[in-house]
Design a protein around this ligand. Structure first.
Ligand code: NAD
Length: 542
């Protein structure tokens, strides 16, 4: 029984550590890196209290050294997925009834574990298996994940406090029930923070979850399961399965108890899942919540009034950090003719200064892309650009997969605004630039709006307020996260809620209360203190 209106701790963004030479955090992360590199792991399925080793395993390798083995993970069969459903539904009975402050406490503890004793290991795991530099790991697997966990607790408290008015003689109350069934969390390779947040946000709101991480992110995801357990998450609340994505998905979507999906990944996978949900709609006890954040073809457009160096730095960071493997990464750029050469030369200078290699060498700015399929796809587009008459590889264009999947940061300049790499999400360190005539600002804005099916992020650089205002208006629906004089990446939880529309997702804004509202089904309770005893209204009187 709750005997107080508890206040949750104020959520504050976790400070980003610097990892400068000689710092304690640098020594800790490098020690953790060595230790994890040399101690192969065996990742089981976590279903309820059981850690299941099915014997059907897949190997894990660092993208920057694909012959090194990090261990194996066990793959589920259909019967394990069915077991996960049964276990989750059983766990739901107690979890959904647990007072909210107990749930809050578990996830606040998870945040503190990651901020403290797990920080170096979480970052090292993300550096090793997802090939992130220490800074990219720190802002992801430490800070963003910690922020998600802490801010979501605060958002949950805000949601619960949102109550209707009550007129005389009546008390109206809303309780925010978890969904009736289980939630399926499907997570991408590129952010450990997203991987943790998708199952945790639904669980925080009282739901039970079956979580399938990306095959390329199992290493850090496994560590997250250990954090959740250590934080006191009861068995069966988040169940962890790996294996054949289509089989797992089909099995879960066939259950009448499927109540929602929390997805982040590519657009075609999400659309395929949506279709399957539609086909099964008569099976379900409740309309499932469908939440998906998907692909992007994120833009930077510079007005002739923009400062060249600011635009160049935004391109360098926005397009190439984490090898362009952020859904928000700038991948198409529109430059005015009067400034284009100056900006491109500045970008080239930056690119030529990049060091590329293993994230263990902290002086590297660029590491490997995630896997061979991604490498091959990028190489194909780069080779094509070298051949096409309407494209030119301005800088970069090299690649080598002998040791790791290394692709040089590449700038393509095209004379065709609809060139394939202006439209297609490549998800790698390749950015395409189109140069427009200075007096075609309005037309170019329309071009930006019409060029891709996505609408995730975009940035406009301008010192001219009228031009900015026009861009905000014309590009109203071109990006869910719109940046003025800033690169389009790096959203911070609690400050820039994240998500896009069109083919980029359902825009349910991760890192905001809006997202958590998708994981509850409110029940209104109206209580009348002195009920009427005569059906006749005044107007019926003679
Ligand atoms: P992906 O689509 O390959 O994989 C995402 C998840 O879907 C993984 O868990 C994968 O195993 C699963 N999956 C793959 N095929 C499936 C199938 N047939 N049925 C069910 N599940 C399936 O994406 P990825 O390569 O891990 O991540 C990159 C993509 O994610 C990019 O398109 C990127 O833009 C997007 N992304 C979007 C956001 C956002 O907030 N909008 C954030 C991060 C990543």
């Amino acid at each position: 029984m709750v005997k107080g209106f508890f206040k949750v701790p104020k959520a504050v963004n976790e400070p980003v550590k610097g990892y400068a030479p000689g710092s304690a955090e640098r020594a800790a992360v490098l020690a953790a890196y060595k230790q994890l590199w040399n101690a192969p792991v065996e990742v089981p399925l976590y279903i309820g209290a059981e850690e299941i080793k099915t014997g059907k395993t897949s190997e894990m390798h660092p993208p920057h050294d694909h012959q090194h083995k990090l261990g194996v993970y066990h793959n589920a069969e259909k019967k394990h997925v069915e077991q996960a459903i049964a276990v989750a539904l059983e766990a739901r009975k107690r979890w959904a009834a647990l007072p909210w402050e107990e749930r809050a406490s578990i996830f606040l503890k998870a945040a503190d574990l990651i901020a403290g004793p797990y920080r170096a290991r979480m970052n090292a795991a993300t550096m090793i298996a997802q090939s992130k530099t220490v800074h990219q790991a720190e802002i992801d697997s430490a800070c963003e994940l910690i922020d998600f966990l802490r801010f979501n607790v605060a958002f949950m408290a805000d949601i619960y406090a949102e109550q209707p008015a009550s007129s005389e003689g009546v008390w109206n109350r809303v309780e925010y029930r978890p969904l009736e069934g289980f939630v399926y969390a499907v997570t991408p390779f590129n952010f450990t923070a997203i991987s943790g947040n998708l199952p945790a946000s639904a669980a925080l709101m009282g739901n039970v979850v079956i979580w399938k991480p990306s095959a390329s992110q199992v290493f850090a995801a496994n560590m997250l399961m250990q954090v959740f357990k250590e934080a006191g998450l009861p068995d069966g609340v988040i169940n962890f399965v790996n294996g054949d994505a289509a089989m797992i998905t089909d099995t879960l979507l066939a259950s009448p108890h499927f109540a929602g999906i929390h997805f982040t990944g590519s657009t075609h996978v999400f659309q395929d899942i949506w279709k399957k949900i539609g086909n099964n709609i008569h099976t379900y006890r409740t309309y499932p919540r469908i939440v998906g954040e998907t692909g992007g073809k994120d833009f930077i457009i510079a007005h002739p009034s923009a400062h060249a160096q600011e635009v160049a730095t935004a391109i360098t960071r926005g397009a190439f950090e984490y090898q362009g493997q952020k859904c928000s990464a700038a991948s198409r750029v529109y430059l005015p003719k009067s400034k284009a050469q100056e900006i491109l030369d500045l970008v080239k200078k930056d690119v030529l200064s990049f060091k590329m290699g293993s994230p263990e060498d902290l002086s590297n700015f660029i590491t490997a892309v995630i896997h061979e399929a991604s490498f091959d796809k990028l190489a194909k587009y780069i080779d094509q650009a070298k051949k096409d008459a309407d494209a030119e590889v301005f800088v970069g264009g090299g690649y080598d997969k002998s040791k790791g999947y290394f692709v040089e940061p590449t700038v393509i300049v095209t004379t065709n605004p609809k060139y394939t790499t202006m439209e297609t999400e490549l998800f790698g360190p390749v950015v395409t630039v189109y140069v427009y005539e200075d007096d075609k600002w309005s037309e170019t804005l329309r071009l930006v709006d019409e060029t891709s099916v996505y609408a995730l992020t975009g940035g406009v650089f301008s010192q001219d307020r009228y031009a900015l205002s026009e861009a905000l208006r014309v590009l109203e629906n071109a990006a869910g996260n719109f940046y003025v004089n800033d690169k389009p990446t790096g959203a911070v939880v609690g400050q820039q809620p994240f998500g896009g529309a069109r083919a980029s997702g359902t825009n349910d804004k991760a890192g905001s209360a809006q997202n958590l509202l998708r994981w509850v089904s409110p029940r209104l309770i109206k209580e009348t203190f002195v009920p009427p005893v005569d059906y006749r209204y005044a107007f019926l009187s003679e």
